[in-house]
Design a protein around this ligand. Structure first.
Ligand SMILES: Cc1cc2nc3c(=O)[nH]c(=O)nc-3n(C[C@H](O)[C@H](O)[C@H](O)COP(=O)(O)OP(=O)(O)OC[C@H]3O[C@@H](n4cnc5c(N)ncnc54)[C@H](O)[C@@H]3O)c2cc1C
Length: 317
């Protein structure tokens, strides 16, 4: 390990932690230790550490805010990378009315392109956009986690998804190559970004419309109120456990199958939103998995629908 630590530190700016409990990095507060956790501060440090991981055949995992993750109680073998230092937001291009096409002239909207680092919390981005009068992200209010995770998951809410605003994504391949993928090369679908396997998202450019900050603020408050009314935002969860099946809603199917309130150890199906499982304190990954299994089976028996997980399960189960 001493030798490995030495290699990992070569050309690396940032923090390395060993046997770091993942429970401190997930919204569920569940998860055993990861062998090495790295917080690179720049793309070169990221490339150098990926190079060592490749050479030493160390498995690599990347995570953001850990708000869509269920991590094994046994932890994770290998290297977990957090890009939370990649935290800049910059306006890279702003179009004025005179630059717009003739076909756009019936609209008085102007747009702005923002460069957003993978480590920017989505809430911070929404706040920044509101203050500067950039509209388009309001419906995503209340989604926790970081930009990289939101892009990877194509996070969405109230009919808006990340794909609606993204114009390009910068990724680093496992081998350390930097690649920019423009919108026409991106293949987003429901809760999926379709990015090449094992690529790390470094940043994304997004396009927003200019609008009155007060109007944006009003819409944010309305969405937040709706979300608070129907989602248990203050509890320990990983958001929706299952994806909505085509033409239906997983929460309704779980509710109809009589699973609200169901428990496994200290994990419980939320009474407010049946697709949220709540850690009532000290729940284990196994409690969660057992509850998932029981709910899935009940729904299958009740409606014939097999629910597919939205959350990512990481580590040895
Ligand atoms: C209370 C609550 C409410 C939620 N509401 C919503 C909602 O309304 N809509 C919605 O879509 N989701 C919702 N979620 C789920 C979750 O917040 C989103 O999926 C979020 O976008 C995940 O971001 P994260 O940074 O936490 O990603 P993580 O959970 O850390 O990771 C999720 C996946 O993304 C990958 N990933 C993360 N960062 C990168 C990167 N830089 N490069 C490559 N891959 C990466 C990880 O490997 C993992 O596979 C909610 C969760 C909670 C706890």
């Amino acid at each position: 390990m001493v030798d490995l630590e030495h290699k990992l530190k070569q050309g690396f700016n940032g923090e390395l932690r060993f046997n770091e409990p993942m429970s401190e990095h997930t919204s569920l507060k569940i998860g055993g230790p990861v062998e090495v956790m790295a917080f690179p501060e720049d793309p070169l440090s990221l490339r150098n550490i990926l190079f060592v991981a490749n050479e030493e055949k160390i498995p690599v995992h990347v995570f953001g805010g850990g708000t869509n993750l269920l991590v094994s109680d046994k932890g994770i073998k290998g290297l977990a990378i957090s890009l939370k230092a990649f935290g800049s937001i910059e306006a890279v291009h702003s179009r004025t009315s005179s630059e717009r096409n003739v076909s756009e002239e019936d609209s008085d909207e102007q747009d702005v392109t923002l460069f957003v680092g993978a480590g920017v919390p989505l809430a911070k981005l929404i706040n920044y956009a509101q203050k500067n009068g950039y509209a388009g992200l309001e419906a995503l209010t209340g989604i926790p986690g970081l930009m990289g995770g939101a892009v990877y998951m194509n996070a969405g809410s109230f009919g808006t998804e990340m794909k609606d605003v993204i114009t390009s994504v910068a990724i680093m391949s496992k081998e350390g190559h930097l690649i920019i993928l423009e919108k026409d090369k991106l293949d987003f679908s429901y809760r999926k970004s379709g990015l090449p396997d094992e690529s790390l998202i470094l940043s994304a450019n997004i396009s927003l419309n200019k609008d009155d900050p007060e109007e944006i603020k009003k819409r944010i408050s309305e969405y937040m109120a709706k979300k608070k009314d129907s989602h248990p935002l203050g509890e320990l969860s990983a958001g929706c456990v299952f994806m909505n099946p085509e033409g239906d809603v997983a929460g309704r199917l779980i509710d109809d199958a009589g699973c609200k309130d169901m428990k496994s150890g200290n994990m419980e199906v939320s009474t407010m939103h049946a697709n949220y499982f709540i850690n009532r304190g000290g729940a284990s990954c196994n409690d969660f998995l057992q509850l998932m299994k029981t709910v899935r089976e009940r729904v299958r028996q009740h409606s014939g629908v097999t629910l597919e997980p939205e959350i990512y399960i990481v580590g040895e189960i």
